[in-house]
Write a protein that binds this ligand. Sequence first.
Ligand SMILES: *Cc1c(COP(=O)(O)O)cnc(C)c1O
Length: 358
Amino acid sequence: MARVFNFSAGPAVLPEPVLQRAAEEMLEWHGSGMSVMEMSHRGKQFVEIASRAEQTLRDLLQVPDNYRVLFLQGGASGMFAAAPLNLLRGGRVADYVNTGAWSKKAIAEAKKYCDVNVAAASPEGRLTIPPQAEWKLSEQPAYLHYTPNETISGVEFHWVPQVDVPLVVDMSSTILSRPINVADYGMIYAGAQKNIGPAGITVVIVRDDLLGDAMPQTPAVWDFKAQADADSMLNTPPTYAWYIAGLVFEWIREHGGLTAMGERNRRKADTLYQAIDQSDFYRNPVDPDCRSWMNVPFILADSELDKTFLAEATEAGLQTLAGHRSVGGMRASLYNAMPQEGVDALVSFMQDFARRHG
Ligand SMILES: *Cc1c(COP(=O)(O)O)cnc(C)c1O
């Protein structure tokens, strides 16, 4: 068996020790006589798995006691709807910042439920974040939504906006990549398939004073208060994905927690950006102030070589490097589970490729 370095933006690489442990526990979990997949979600064993996962996540992120942690379905895209449904709380307007493709999708979905004021947008054709001084906030928005890391274009906030209303953030592709201050946010949500675990489970961290005023048409499974009261088990949760997420949280803790993850991730990103910047063959199109640590797009000087680059990279065990279909070029995603060796191998390959084709 040869595992490749998988630079996929999501579903993405998982830590190998997590996969090994899952394999060991696949047929029979801890003397239970069954796999986690086969357990009742209401049984003592799964309840223990679920609550341990939540506790480990709370410890990693130092989630304050007045925040609820939910494990839901529907992905980040589901939360594009669930956020306004739960958090408008009688309000009519929400402010959104548009920094790229995922922001746009969040805005389109929110428009079904409220007036969206786009407080700021990246200028057409530029991969950057408008400074907060230029934002046009509305009078009384229910919340301000933004996308801390735009997975497709590789545009990342390295600062937290300062506003008087709850911040609602789609952290799908950056959660757990470094420490954050949960108390800065009203609601954090993330689809699992980047830095948390397998697709199919969605983490929501929400301040409890924002709960309890969902719009009447809110689907019960997305009613944060109802799910919080039911420990995210209003209906059958994605039990296996929840279990794997718990193993990933434990892996992060065993590897030094979020401070250590942040140091590793910064180093990986620096390695790749430096290699790109030092070459005339490759270019990163993002404003240097908002380059993502997690998703690094890069363009070859000659796009005619894209296909050859991808074919040779695959041959060298460096996979899923094609940029998103909407932007082309290349994109290397460097989530927590991507080791430094993977980035080093990519950089060596890129340098060798440039020498041969430059
Ligand atoms: C992947 C991603 C999404 C979409 O997540 P789904 O779970 O497929 O709905 C939304 N936002 C961001 C920032 C993402 O990276």
